[in-house]
Design a binder for this molecule. Structure first.
Ligand code: PXP
Length: 237
């Protein structure tokens, strides 16, 4: 079964636009769970322009499903994750000023760094996932860091999908097959949507979890959160 983790950063972005507490990020997270989400993802960035560190603390005791914290492992981020102890941490190499994550790790270049952080988190019982593109050598090296999972960066799939879905999915099938052979769990995320999710899932049904924010929250403007989550879950059957 492929789980749906809802990334609620966009909800915090709307709240932050006015400085008050509307919409209430915790309430939305709990409603996502109620409506069928299998997990909640947050991505606290150093400037806290979306989810704030304080939100992560507030969410922790409330959530009943899987909590995934993703982000660039700066010393502050590492401390936060170790203090919170979520089910999963996803390591993402996003630059300070990036609008959103726009690349996976170059594992060769960061091998020692990643290996050390992976075992650090695992020692205290946190599952680790490394955000990565479909480069096969990179995936082999990721396995050698000892990580539990990789998260495939699906933006290139989403971009090519409307033009040529067979070509778009090809490198993802190869990458996910290799990851499975290497004993890695596979997550996927970025620009997945009601248009492209079902095809992705049909061809790579062994993906453990998809993490979806932007399209899902945007769809909720038209469909409502409850119906939106149900429709995304239906793509994963
Ligand atoms: N996975 C990672 C590592 C991300 O950084 C993001 C965006 O914050 C997502 C998944 C979700 O991407 P989207 O918002 O495009 O669904």
């Amino acid at each position: 079964m492929t789980k749906l983790s809802v990334n609620i950063n966009k909800v915090a972005t709307i709240r932050n636009a006015r400085g008050g507490n509307i919409p209430n990020v915790c309430r939305v997270a709990l409603d996502c769970e109620l409506f069928g989400a299998d997990g909640i993802t947050v991505h606290p960035r150093p400037d806290e322009r979306h989810i704030r560190y304080a939100d992560v603390w507030e969410l922790k005791p409330l959530l009943r499903t899987e909590f995934n914290i993703e982000g660039n492992p700066t010393p502050e981020f590492i401390k936060l994750v170790k203090d919170i102890k979520p089910h999963q941490v996803t390591l993402v190499p996003d630059a300070h000023d990036a609008i959103t994550s726009n690349a996976g790790w170059n594992v060769r270049k960061n091998f020692d760094f990643l290996k050390a952080i992976v075992s650090d988190f695992q020692e205290i019982g946190i599952r680790v996932s490394i955000f990565i593109d479909t480069d096969l050598e990179n995936i082999e090296l990721a396995a050698k860091t000892g990580t539990d999972r990789i998260e495939l960066y699906t933006e290139p799939y989403a971009e090519l999908f409307p033009m040529n879905r067979e070509k778009a999915i090809e490198p993802f099938i190869e990458a996910a097959k290799l990851a499975r052979q290497l004993g890695l769990g596979v997550n996927a995320g970025h620009d997945l949507s009601l248009e492209n999710l079902s095809y992705f899932h049909t061809l790579i049904p062994w993906v453990d979890e998809v993490s979806i924010g932007h399209a899902l929250i945007s769809d909720a403007l038209y469909l409502g959160l409850n119906e939106t989550i149900k429709q995304y879950k239906n793509q994963l059957i």
